[in-house]
Design a protein around this ligand. Structure first.
Ligand code: ADP
Ligand code: ASP
Ligand code: MG
Length: 402
């Protein structure tokens, strides 16, 4: 008997009709003899709707209460899906996060699952379907917590690990992982198999088809994942260990995100220790700095430093810089209408000229590069936001992904 974790995302359970369709997918798996734990997201748009409601009460809605509020989205879907299965005469039961319990650590809205009681559910799935709400848990103190946007993927992978499952399938609204977002790059192709490392880069750089912390957990514990469509029977994408890396391709995918902002500090003193003085208070405030560029000083006394942070950290960052007595500068400018476009591929390591090809392609489209960052298997640039899709499509073409 095979134990499977099936996760259904927001669009897959977005209407009552779709929930009934998902119940049928689960029924088929059940009658073919598999033990099933289904993990569900909130109906599409629900989590955003709840966030908006909280803002109508207060822009600084209490974090503990926000988690109580947001966790309800997945609870609604769990009960509805369970009802749909019972209607099909299948034994099914849903659990709330604290009833299992799903134990988490970390701060509200950004917790992580550390443990779960498996005995009740393991007993139940011998002849029934267990339904678990994604994206949430309960802390040591008994508070309801959520685990970050897109977190139902992470719930599914954590359950696959803790229940020692044989398979973890992520059902979504596209056929699998593509060489770029198929909804915006129609020529993108489905990838049949991809390594954890490449998927982790793609997810962290904006391919939201898999949440990055879910991929990270899968990579650490070697939990193979299949991403597939709720709406077609086509084979999906298998994400697994690095023996699946396709070294013949220099680039596997092109990802992009629009959640960065760029800050430039003009006329900073050019002497040892200045960079440390700038970034120390940002580190203390837990602001993650991504790319950093320092110009060569033309007058030997002052220089300009440019760096990027997450867009929602922008105002906090500029506030901290302005208050920083240890650093003297002329002025600070910022730009939050930027996008990060990245190419990812394990084959990059062994292919010379990838950087040149990327820069040349962007130059041909007259797209200005504002910042660059590289790692062994990815190359990212910051560009003006309106150029995003033009850049993504160009890179997709020149790296033979169309
Ligand atoms: P779910 O609600 O099922 O979790 P998400 O909306 O979180 O689904 O993720 C699926 C979406 O991810 C797709 O509809 C697609 O627009 C987007 N996406 C972005 N990049 C990629 C990619 N490289 N491959 C597939 N989908 C992608
Ligand atoms: N409902 C949550 C979100 O929209 C979690 C998820 O769908 O994975 O972020
Ligand atoms: Mg998702």
């Amino acid at each position: 008997m095979v134990k499977k974790i099936l996760k259904f995302g927001g669009t897959s359970v977005g209407t009552i009709e779709r929930i009934k369709h998902v119940a049928n997918i689960i029924r088929k798996e059940h009658v073919s003899g598999n033990q099933i734990i289904a993990v569900v997201s909130a109906m599409s748009g629900k989590t955003n709707e709840l966030i908006e409601l909280s803002k109508e009460i207060s822009e600084k809605f209490e974090k503990r209460e926000l988690d109580v509020l947001l966790s309800t989205g997945e609870q609604v879907t769990s009960a509805l899906l369970c009802g749909a299965l019972i209607k099909l005469k299948i034994k099914a039961r849903s659990w709330l996060n604290w009833q299992i319990p799903i134990l988490t650590e970390g701060e509200h809205s950004n917790s992580r699952i550390v443990n779960m009681n498996v005995s009740k559910i393991n007993e139940f799935i011998k002849d029934g379907i267990a339904i678990v709400p994604g994206f949430q848990g309960i802390s040591k103190n008994g508070d309801v917590t959520t685990i970050g946007r897109g977190g139902s993927d992470a719930t599914a992978v954590a359950i696959a690990k803790l229940f020692d499952a044989d398979a973890c399938e992520i059902y979504t609204d596209v056929d699998g992982v593509f060489s770029s977002d198929p909804n915006n790059v129609p020529v993108a192709k489905k990838i049949d198999k991809i390594s954890y490392e490449e998927m982790l880069e793609l997810s962290s750089l904006g391919a939201k088809v898999m949440q990055s912390s879910a991929v990270q957990t899968a990579m650490i514990y070697d939990i193979p994942i299949e991403v597939r469509s709720t709406f077609t029977d086509r084979k999906g994408t298998r994400i697994f260990d690095q023996q699946n890396i396709d070294y013949t391709k220099s680039v596997t995918g092109v990802a992009y995100s629009k959640d960065d902002a760029k800050i430039t500090i003009i006329g900073v003193e050019d002497k040892p220790g200045v960079a440390a003085n700038i970034f120390e208070p940002l580190n203390e405030a837990q602001i993650n700095v991504d790319m950093v560029i320092q110009n060569i000083s033309s007058d030997q006394r002052t220089t300009d430093i440019t760096f990027t942070v997450k867009r929602n950290d922008l105002s906090k960052t500029t506030e901290i810089l302005k208050k920083n007595k240890k650093v003297k500068f002329n002025k600070i400018t910022n730009n939050d209408k930027v996008a990060k476009v990245s190419i990812v591929g394990a084959g990059m390591v062994s292919t010379p000229g990838v950087t040149f090809k990327m820069f040349k392609g962007l130059a041909e489209e007259k797209i200005n590069i504002l910042a660059i960052s590289t790692s062994e298997i990815k190359l990212s640039v910051i560009i003006d936001e309106p150029n995003t899709l033009k850049a993504v499509k160009k890179l997709h073409t020149i790296f033979n992904l169309d």
